[in-house]
Design a protein around this ligand. Structure first.
Ligand SMILES: *Cc1c(COP(=O)(O)O)cnc(C)c1O
Length: 504
């Protein structure tokens, strides 16, 4: 097909069968559909990226091909500008997402961005996609990004949106649900348009309230009168999801380029999963033709997804557990709704029914046929606190490589998979955070003694032990000024927003 003939790819809600379709730029501006659903492509994207070309391509070029397949109402020039703004000079490794080899595993290192965790890959890009999208749609209102974070999203979003013209960003995080380093990263955030509020509650409460605030039509009208419009930087925004598809292709290209994989051979990816955004990007990569055998959905003690992929029942009625991998402490994985929609044959009415059941009864189930279909692409396992700790210790003592507790969950699940399925294909562990982001848990695992140091003292202790150079983003934290101090009960989130925007 000639490039000029490529069709426009439109987006629709996962819930309302009658809902109008949107262009990609409109879906990015909208974030969440007004009916509560998420935006998905109305047909399969067309990717112009022959596998044979991958090994020689830069990360930026891979990202360009992937974005072009999904965001068809952006011009080539607009996409290249967004990619340059996101990935030129903002990462501390020229490969952006380098693959390293330790023991039997490959590690896709997604922690070389400004906040040393994987969300930078998407959140360095999203503000630029939004700015272009706003111009394209003759948008005059100021965009207010509203985000609930379990630790990483909030900081990464603020780092991306800091002082981007025409935007404000308000971040809510659970007071005791993030690591001291994550908290310090957030409360020291600079920029005239960034606001950080702690809540006395957990991540699910923060996320549920943010969703309710988004769906409050009266509030939206009031915002509009005051020149504001909400949007989301959470992984439900397709502008978050699409850039993530690129690193699966890039990883494959790197493995072929270094001779560790033959072109066309299949690989497995083990993905530490919370809101299901990262692994869903892997699913889209597979749909687009990347030779992935299995996507291993790795959970911590909050193992809702493990049960879902093994039994077909999604049941959120269980205690919420606080773990050493807080970015995965989630009972409602929002992006799973997109997979469910596709698994149900792109049926919005069936998806809406299941989501309604989840909201009202706390659970839903899929038929055995649908479950079997899901199991061809996914395998699921989870790591207890003890298994997570053991994985960090084993990898360090066997290969001298320090991994963070999220990466360790994926490593533990990868090992479970290999044992259960006797599959020795190359395994790529998606490595979502630097060990310096969670120094206490890493130290406790490696030294196997209780760690008394906290926050920056623990960073120093870990650095003395493992000797991996401190990322610039961590160095800066040592003398950064605390700029954000507010804590509110979950029920006062809307009030906090009103105060920030001066809407009383
Ligand atoms: C967000 C996050 C995850 C989970 O990714 P999802 O896309 O929400 O599934 C895993 N690890 C780290 C370090 C994260 O920040």
């Amino acid at each position: 097909m000639l490039k000029e003939e490529l069709m426009t790819l439109n987006y629709r809600s996962t819930r309302d069968p009658q809902a109008a379709t949107l262009t990609a730029s409109q879906a990015i501006l909208q974030g969440l559909s007004p009916d509560g659903g998420l935006y998905v492509p109305t047909e399969a994207p067309v990717l112009d990226l022959p596998l044979a070309d991958l090994p020689a391509m830069s990360y930026q070029e891979v990202a360009f091909r992937v974005l072009k397949a999904f965001l068809t109402d952006f011009t080539d020039e607009e996409l290249r500008d967004c990619i340059a703004a996101a990935y030129n000079g903002t990462f501390d490794d020229a490969a952006i997402a380098p693959v390293s080899h330790h023991g039997n595993d490959y590690y896709l290192e997604l922690f070389h961005g400004p906040t040393i965790a994987f969300k930078d890959l998407a959140l360095q890009m999203l503000p630029h996609l939004m700015t272009v999208a706003a111009k394209k749609n003759h948008f005059s209102k100021e965009t207010v990004i509203l985000t609930a974070t379990s630790g990483d999203t909030g900081k990464a979003a603020m780092a991306g949106f800091e002082d981007v013209a025409g935007t404000k960003i308000i971040v809510f995080y659970p007071n005791n649900g993030v690591s001291p380093i994550q908290e310090r990263q957030m409360i020291t955030q600079t920029g005239d348009n960034t606001y950080v509020v702690a809540i006395n509650g957990n991540f699910d409460e923060a996320q549920t309230n943010v969703k309710e605030i988004f769906n409050d039509k009266a509030f939206a009208a009031q915002l509009a009168e005051n020149g504001f419009q909400f949007s989301s930087a959470n992984s439900i925004n397709i502008g978050r999801l699409v850039p993530q598809v690129a690193y699966y292709f890039s990883a494959y290209g790197q493995l072929v380029a270094t001779g560790q994989l033959q072109l066309g051979d299949t690989v497995n990816f083990s993905v530490p999963t919370g809101n299901f955004g990262d692994i869903l990007a892997g699913f889209y990569a597979k749909q687009l033709g990347l030779p992935i055998h299995k996507l291993i959905c790795a959970s911590n003690d909050n193992n809702v997804l493990t049960d879902f992929f093994n039994t077909g029942v999604y049941n959120r009625k269980r205690p919420f557990k606080t773990t050493t991998s807080p970015s995965m402490d989630i009972l409602v994985s929002s992006n799973l709704e997109r997979l469910l929609f596709h698994a149900l044959g792109d049926s919005a009415s069936q998806t809406a029914e299941k989501m309604h059941a989840l909201e009202t009864a706390g659970q839903y189930s899929v038929s055995p046929e649908i479950l079997t279909g899901l199991q061809t692409d996914f395998w699921a396992g989870y790591a207890t606190a003890a298994a997570d700790k053991q994985a960090i210790s084993d990898v360090y003592h066997q290969t001298n490589f320090a991994i963070d507790p999220h990466t360790a969950v994926a490593k533990a699940a990868a090992d479970q998979y290999r044992t259960a399925e006797s599959d020795n294909r190359p395994m790529v562990i998606v490595s979502t955070a630097s060990p310096y982001k969670f120094p206490n848990a890493v130290l406790a695992a490696i030294e196997d003694t209780p760690v008394t140091a906290d926050g920056l003292a623990a960073v120093t202790q870990l650095h003395d032990l493992v000797g991996v150079p401190l990322p610039p983003a961590i160095k800066r934290l040592f003398d950064a000024e605390v700029r954000h101090h507010q804590t509110v009960p979950p029920d006062d989130m809307q009030h906090a927003i009103r105060e920030i925007l001066h809407i009383i």
